[in-house]
Write a protein that binds this ligand. Structure first.
Ligand code: PEP
Ligand code: CO
Length: 464
């Protein structure tokens, strides 16, 4: 069997198979009421072509290893949940535009290449706080994302429908196909950042700062090209990777494949699956599944995560301490991060573990206002991120990435930001059926704040 150079040879983990998760407690799974129908769908899914390739996955592992060493910065972002209805040309390209604009701000400010990872082309399954929902005395299964059921509150919509597994694959493939075509067609060419302008943005308070960066990058690019005498191919395209929460294990299992030229097993539905907060139990099915695949793995880490528990989790998921294998995504909340994060950083650093640390400043800062509307305050999101940079600097570790929920649409779901959205603004354009997302301006503003903050704490801090 061929082993790649530069990647520590790793054996398949003991007693693991793509189905071994079935022997473990699997939380957050729907109840399918027709086993035969489920089995037909899974067999079909198992025959459908992959959405990504093993070489893309291994290349991303290399990029994440660089980010852990401070040579790149990870920008991971997209919707909390995709929906089949939102699989449309403007929504996909607008999301791509925001991520591209943010990455341009980050590249310019941090002087580092950015690893762009979308929460898309498969982010269809959602963990929920309760299995059922009650309205006016009627109890139905909760909505678990479009890959499982539909949000409308009636029995037919809420039934876990195995046919949706196939539709999720198809919608992921359509999204992926469009993203790849845009990128191959020059959409992400640094010579043409005007392609990324959003039609609906008229007078953003951040536009002049952004324009200056575009101008300055354009000048440097032209200067370099004059020196080398040709256009620099590297800037004509950028790479984009996909990620989603590896939640619905039947789907992940069916997309787990072996490939001719690399050893081991790959989840070929996405480059970068992550384990959510509610499914990170070391003895649970999700950790069991993820330990055996060769994709880079993200794990959400919250206030309840204890240092010894985290170290055991790392031992299971990254037995060989391989660079780029594990990304720890902390999501503590602005109020808790100062207390909860340092013990984890200390434990992981003392154990000599090579992980990439990434901050998700969204999920610890969700709150309800008014009559139960879910929102997040920009202030808190910014504050958690600010604190995270300082805490890493003080611990001698490195914050190498950020994980955000954002959209390219003009929504009003998070409060605050340059336009200081208030509680009354929320009703104007609240579209998310799950978590509130940063809109375009808030996303760009956050990218600018990251640049300022990294400038303050210094790029050289942290030698983890
Ligand atoms: C999410 O990323 O959408 C999510 C549910 O996050 P967490 O698992 O951290 O709560
Ligand atoms: Co979310």
């Amino acid at each position: 069997m061929k082993r790649e150079r530069n990647i520590v040879p790793v054996r398949d983990p003991e007693n693991w198979s793509a189905t071994s998760w079935r022997q473990k407690p699997a939380v957050q799974q729907p109840k399918y009421d027709d086993a035969a129908e489920l089995s037909v769908a899974l067999n079909r899914l198992g025959q459908l072509p992959p959405l990504v390739t093993s070489w893309e996955i291994l290349a991303l592992r290399g990029l994440l290893a660089d980010a852990a060493e401070g040579r790149r910065f990870l920008l991971q972002g997209g919707d909390c949940a995709e929906s089949f209805d939102d699989c449309s040309s403007p929504l996909i390209s607008n999301r791509l535009k925001v991520i591209l604009q943010m990455s341009l701000v980050l590249t310019h400010g941090l002087k580092l290449p950015i690893v762009r990872v979308g929460r898309f082309a498969g982010q269809y399954a959602k963990p929920r706080s309760a299995d059922t929902e009650v309205r006016n005395g009627v109890t139905l299964p909760c909505y678990r994302g479009d890959i499982v059921n539909a949000p409308a509150f009636d029995a037919a919509s809420r039934r876990a429908d195995p046919g949706r597994l196939i539709r999720a694959h198809a919608h992921s493939a359509m999204t992926m196909n469009f993203v790849r075509a845009l990128i191959d067609g020059g959409f992400a060419d640094l010579h043409h950042p005007e392609y990324w302008d959003l039609a609906w943005v008229e007078h953003s308070p951040l536009q002049s700062e952004y324009r200056q960066m575009v101008e300055s990058i354009g000048n440097s690019l032209r200067f370099m090209e004059t020196l080398v005498g040709s256009s620099v191919a590297e800037f004509q395209r950028v790479d984009f990777h996909t990620s989603h929460e590896a939640l619905l294990l039947h789907y992940e299992e069916a997309m787990t494949r072996q490939v001719p030229r690399h050893w081991g097993w790959f989840n070929l539905s996405t480059h970068f699956p992550w384990i959510g907060m509610r499914t990170a139990d070391i003895d649970g099915a999700h950790v069991e599944y993820c330990r055996g695949i060769r994709n880079p793995i993200g794990v959400k880490v919250g206030v309840s995560t204890q240092p010894d528990q985290l170290l055991r989790l790392i031992d299971v998921l990254d037995a060989d301490n391989e660079p780029g294998r594990l990304t720890l995504i902390h999501r503590m909340g602005a109020k808790h991060v100062a207390k909860s994060l340092p013990p984890l950083l200390k434990a992981v650093k003392s154990a000599g573990r090579k992980v990439l640390w990434c901050c998700d400043p969204m999920h610890g800062n969700t709150e309800s206002v008014g009559n139960g509307v879910k929102t997040r305050r920009f202030e808190n999101i910014r504050d958690e991120l600010d604190q995270a940079f300082d805490i890493h600097a003080a611990a001698g570790t490195r914050l190498g990435g950020v994980h955000l929920e954002l959209t390219g649409e003009n929504v009003t779901e998070c409060m605050g930001g340059a336009r200081d959205l208030t509680e009354t603004d929320l009703s104007r354009a609240y579209k998310s059926s799950v978590d509130p997302r940063l809109n375009y301006e808030q996303s760009l503003e956050l990218a600018m704040l990251i640049v300022r903050k990294r400038g303050d704490v210094g790029c050289a801090t942290g030698n983890a």
